[in-house]
Design a protein around this ligand. Structure first.
Ligand code: ZN
Length: 82
């Protein structure tokens, strides 16, 4: 009698342990997905900020009209960009 109860207890314990383990695993997977999503969103924001910053730093040469990026002198005509 005691042996049967003990066996049932062990089976229940294993079942609970497995379900808790699966729950933890799913939570970890879900949080990993959320973390990755947040990371990607932050990366995208950073890239957009960098892109807008690069666009803001683009200058137009007053002499030849060509676009100059972060240069003291125009690479096309050599005019000083100030
Ligand atoms: Zn120029």
């Amino acid at each position: 009698m005691f042996g049967i109860l003990f066996a049932i207890f062990i089976v229940m314990f294993i079942g609970v342990a497995v379900s808790i383990g699966i729950g933890f695993w799913r939570t970890a997977q879900l949080s990993g997905k959320i973390f990755r999503g947040v990371e990607q969103a932050l990366d995208q924001q950073l890239n957009e900020q960098r892109a807008s910053g690069a666009a803001a730093q683009k200058l137009k040469c007053q002499h030849c009209g060509s676009t100059v990026v972060q240069a003291a002198k125009c690479p096309s005509c050599g005019a000083d960009m100030g």
